[in-house]
Design a protein around this ligand. Sequence first.
Ligand code: SAM
Ligand code: ASE
Length: 346
Amino acid sequence: MSSENNVDYPRKILDYVEGFLVSKTLFASCELGVYDLLLASGQPLSAAEVARGLGTSEDGMERLLSACVGLQLLTAQAGDDKVLYSNTEMSKMYLTKSSPRSLFHSIQYNSKTIYLCWHYLTDAVREGKNQYEKAFGVSSKDLFEALYRSDEEMVKFMQLMNSIWNICGKDVVTAFDLSPFKTIYDLGGCSGALAKQCTSAYPESTVTIFDLPKVVCTAKEHFMSADEGRVFFHKGDFFKDSLPEADLYILARILHDWTDARSLELLTKVHRSCKPGGGVLLVEALLNEDNSGPLTAQLYSLNMLVQTEGRERKASEYTALLTTAGFANIQVQRTGKIYDAILARK
Ligand code: SAM
Ligand code: ASE
């Protein structure tokens, strides 16, 4: 066994202790616009040139760029008397703002919101509840009033929700053949990113985004282009208002926000409105049955504690909720990426 794996050298622990230094280096380099400048320049740049372009100190920028090279987010080549920096293929694709697969907004939300909430993770574990009051001074009585504490915060949350479906959305909507379902409602469909994936995979289906009125207004204004055929909107509150009849209801990252009791209330309502032979598609990050992983779902479950009223669950826990709500024929499909799919029929 190499010395790095034995107890004399606690590599993992040392890495974890300083894991936030890695996140912060990534956040700062994105926020300052390092990857966008390197893309725009079209050629490798020195630290001095990047510093000048972004209005930062030269010394600070040199250290930041060097750390990004260490993280393999940039490459460095020796110039005449200075080092020249370039984007990697991965940073060009995921860290520049203009890329169709950009994770910029997700990084921003992690940096500006989630990071601040996680300052209170210890308290969240102690108290068993989210930390909006401490982190942002807002009441956590109504979850989405707290999450949407300003219009700006709502748009940032919607941008976060939007970004992942350009990367994992197709896997989720094609995990099952949804072509028999013509009228689809995406409950809590937010910006419409998953709805668009769905209409492009199933050319004969229409998808209606059902969400809170101000979310629908913002989705139409900021996230939809004129050529978005077959995507419609419905303003409503899925706990308070009646749900329209449909062949399929998608609930993507909805149940993980809520307790078992509220999840059951919603699923029961969905079952009542669902056409016979219709179904419900749950999209969530599934925990293994023995809770052994995946690490992302385990960490997301902690984030649900800090930020919501819910938790990440195992497939068997979703199956139990669906069965109690009246659904049958439950099928689970893992995608191998962050989000998995469960289809149940009425
Ligand atoms: N389904 C989207 C996705 O996976 O990207 C968004 C998931 S987001 C975590 C939860 C969504 O549920 C938000 O768009 C939010 O506005 C919506 N929502 C929360 N409470 C709601 C309610 N009572 N009625 C309708 N929509 C609601
Ligand atoms: C929610 C999903 C998220 C509510 C709050 C959230 C995400 C971040 N904050 O339904 C997306 C998943 N990422 C993490 C870190 O949990």
